[in-house]
Every structure is written in C-alpha cells, then in structure tokens.
Write a protein that binds this ligand. Structure first.
Ligand SMILES: Nc1ncnc2c1ncn2[C@@H]1O[C@H](COP(=O)(O)OP(=O)(O)OP(=O)(O)O)[C@@H](O)[C@H]1O
Length: 251
C-alpha cells in the first residue's frame, strides 16, 4: 500500500501542496487530477523522490521512503514512466523488456562473486534465464505486444511505444507503478487500448492525467487536487458528481 501522509511543499510563497494525505491500497489504480497548477506534478515528484517535501511522509508497504533518492526507491520497487517515452529504439520489443529485467536484477545483486561463483552458479543461471524469458513473454502478453515482440521499438507508433515502456516498467513486478500523463500524444484508439491494459494490471498504480475520460475509466479511486489541497477523493462516479470538483474545474 502507498500512503501519502500530510505532505506539504512550498515554492517561496506558493503552497504547491498543503497537508496532502491519501492512501492507495495494494493492487488499486489511483488517479490524481486537478486544474492547472493544482500540484499534481509536485506530488508525483515527491512520490518518485525527485523532490523532498517540507513536511509529511511517503510510505510504501509501511516502509518510510521520505527523503530517499529515486535510485533507492527503484530498489524498493518503484517504477515510473515518462510523458516522453523512454525505450531503446534499436532493440526489439522483447529485448527492451529483457533489458529492463536484467537492469533491475543486476542492480539488486551487484557485488558479483567472480568466475568461480559464475561456474558454481551455472545450473541456477540457466534456470534463471528460462524464468526471465517466461516473464518477458508474460508481460508482452499482458500489454498486448506478443505479435510485435520481434519488431524494433523505433519503428512503432507512439501508442505502441508507450505500451513497451509500460511493459518495461512491469517486468520485475514493481511494488508501485507511477504513470505520468500516460495518454499524452495518444489518439482515441491508442488511449482505449492503454486503458484496457491498465485495468488488467494487478499492480498498485498512481497516475497523473489530464484526460478525464481515461481516469474515470481505469481508476478505482480518484484524488482531486486544487491549489495544493485535496478537495475530493473517492470512486470515479462520486468524484465526477461532486459539486466542489465541478466548481474547481469551471473556475
Ligand atoms: N520549481 C518551481 N518553482 C516555483 N513554483 C513552482 C515550481 N514548480 C511548481 N510551482 C508552482 O507550484 C504550483 C503547483 O504546480 P504543479 O506543476 O505541481 O501543478 P500541476 O497540477 O502539475 O499543473 P499542470 O496541470 O499545469 O501541470 C503552481 O502554482 C506552480 O506554479
């Protein structure tokens, strides 16, 4: 479970976040919405470790992550995607996912052990290799990318590249997935396909998104920020009907 507890951030006189608190239970998808300047990006930066809050805490499964670096959060199982997709264009779709898996594994296991350890560990390595290939196949299937597994990522339209990025982030079963404006640059069909994939995930997800339709479609819970404060939180349908939310959007 992700817990945001009394998080505040100020930029000079501007209170970007003021005592923001909410929780995302394990396996749920939570969307953060709000008008321009509401504090969404700042909140995302606090959760991913790019910005240290002036007050409050961020916990993941009870573990206090406040003040830890983005790299330490990655080791704790936090993954994020970016508005501009970050994939290896000259690798195939399958190799993109495999590379992500290798990267996170080696990051956890660094220390090595030399040639003797390598030889002694050979049978285990073969098993691990098979497990890795199986995991890649599983993630590609989940993201609807199996037919494209041998395609080069650079040749794909942006909607597919976004799915490749998602597959990379999911590869080693993250504890928390952060999606930053996942629909930006996607057309309606691509957005609908992405929504299907996100709905099928069993991962805890926090996403920031301008596309209300997408948020209402994929989220179990929606948190609405306005001028740095949580003005509403709950199921998509109740948030949509909330007069306070409507007033905030209409200005
Ligand atoms: N680095 C910064 N220095 C000064 N003020 C900032 C900084 N970053 C954000 N702010 C201010 O903090 C407030 C919240 O900004 P933030 O970018 O988090 O909002 P947002 O909801 O992501 O907005 P948008 O939807 O426009 O991206 C705004 O008033 C913004 O001008």
């Amino acid at each position: 479970m992700l817990a945001i507890e009394g998080v505040s951030v100020a930029f000079g006189g501007v209170r970007a976040l003021e005592e923001v608190s909410f929780e995302v239970p394990e396996g749920q998808v939570c969307g953060v919405i709000g008008p321009n300047g509401a504090g969404k990006t700042t909140l995302f930066d606090v959760v991913s470790g790019l910005r240290r809050p002036d007050a409050g805490r961020v916990r993941l499964d009870g573990r206090d992550l406040t003040g830890t670096s983005p790299a330490a959060r990655a080791r704790a199982g936090v993954r994020r995607t970016f508005q501009r997709t970050q994939v290896f264009g000259r690798l195939t779709v399958a190799d993109n996912v495999l590379a992500a898996l290798d990267w996170h594994e080696s990051d956890r296991r660094w220390g090595g052990g030399g040639l003797a350890a390598d030889l002694a560990g050979w049978p285990g390595r073969r098993r691990r290799e098979r497990e890795r290939r199986e995991r890649v196949a599983e993630v590609l299937e989940l993201c609807g990318l199996t037919p494209l597994r041998e395609a080069y990522a650079a040749a794909l339209p942006v909607g597919r590249r976004r799915l490749v990025e998602l597959a990379r982030a999911l590869a080693d079963r993250p504890a928390l997935l952060l999606l930053d404006e996942p629909t930006s640059g996607l057309d309606a069909a691509q957005t609908a396909r992405l929504a299907e994939v996100v709905r099928a995930l069993e991962t805890t997800v926090l996403l920031v998104e301008h596309d209300m339709g997408f948020v209402m479609d994929v989220c179990d819970r929606v948190v609405v920020l306005d001028l740095g404060r949580v003005i509403a939180a709950g199921a998509p349908a109740s948030v949509r009907e909330d007069p306070v939310v409507r007033a905030a959007y209409l200005g």
